[in-house]
Design a protein around this ligand. Structure first.
Ligand code: CAA
Length: 259
């Protein structure tokens, strides 16, 4: 992480706070930034002492989208052959450990899509979300027509994707896009506290719960329920189940081994 120009990574106990740091371009997601983000997320997955991550930007912008300067000269063959956008960005969506987006200011285009790749979004009351791609002659290319539609339903997704208008934090929460809205100066503390809570639970239970909720977006209900049941049964093979239930019955705090 020391080698990163556009990504900050700071330990907060069992949580890694990852910060997009390209202020001159409102954290526009250029190639180098996404490559650095991939490296940092790989390191988080590999480090047993980290239980969860928070991804944030600046007060002014979580991220103002893909880098329009980099995209402008590209043609079809360029973007098709390099599988532009998904191949490098999807690392966030592939995280096994929980990752929370803490959004302040603009989360537009690819910035909104990156936030939606996280497990849930905590927004400051200054946050603004939008899919303005239509205003520059393209359409969302990293999940904006799919994850957004699953989060907010067809009507609101069509409104945002076809008009390119921005919504504020209050409308985003009302629509189900964000989990919580907090005052701007409490954003990082709130997100790190949520991640710390998660990191304190049984690691296998957390990963199984995350994987099971994720299945709701990939499978029909019967298959999703079957997957959940299998994971639920598997949880009874973990040290966490034995410890968690024993601690409850003994009226003491649980101390999870991470196994
Ligand atoms: N790409 C590259 N540079 C960007 C950028 C982007 N997406 N967004 C902002 N910047 C740059 C600006 O060019 C400007 O740079 P200069 O100072 O060198 O001119 C700097 O960041 C500050 O931006 P503004 O002066 O525009 O700031 P503002 O406060 O007046 O406006 C804003 C803020 C409304 C967010 C405006 O910057 C904006 O509309 N940005 C573009 C948003 C957008 O269209 N995003 C979608 C991109 S497409 C995409 O993401 C594809 C996909 O689905 C993956």
């Amino acid at each position: 992480a020391e080698l990163c120009e556009f990504i900050g990574a700071e330990r907060r106990g069992p949580v890694m706070l990852v910060t997009l740091e390209r202020p001159k371009a409102l954290n526009a997601l250029c190639d180098q930034l996404t490559r650095e983000l991939t490296t940092v997320l790989d390191a988080i997955e590999d480090d047993d002492s980290i239980g969860a991550a928070v991804l944030t930007g600046s007060t002014k912008a979580f991220a103002a989208g893909a880098d329009i300067k980099e995209m402008q000269p590209k043609g079809f063959a360029d973007v098709y052959l390099e599988d532009f956008i998904t191949s490098s960005w999807e690392r966030t969506a592939r995280m096994r450990k929980p990752i929370i987006a803490a959004v302040s200011g603009y989360a537009l285009g690819g910035g909104a899509e990156l936030a939606m790749m996280c497990d849930f979004i905590i927004a400051s009351d200054t946050a603004k979300f939008g899919q303005p791609e239509i205003t520059i002659g393209i359409l969302p290319g990293a999940g904006g027509t799919q994850r957004l539609t699953r989060a907010v339903g067809k009507s609101k997704a069509m409104d945002l994707v076809l008009t390119g208008r921005m919504i504020d934090a209050e409308e985003a929460e009302r629509s189900g896009l964000v989990a919580r809205v907090v005052p701007a100066d409490a954003l990082i503390d709130e997100a790190v506290a949520a991640a710390t809570t998660i990191a304190g639970f049984s690691r296998p239970a957390v990963l199984m719960a995350k994987e099971s909720v994720g299945r709701a977006f990939e499978t029909p209900l019967a298959e999703g329920l079957r997957f959940e049941r299998r994971m639920f049964h598997a949880a009874f093979a973990t040290e966490g189940q034995a410890e968690g239930m024993d601690a409850f019955l003994a009226k003491r705090d649980a101390h999870y081994s991470g196994r």
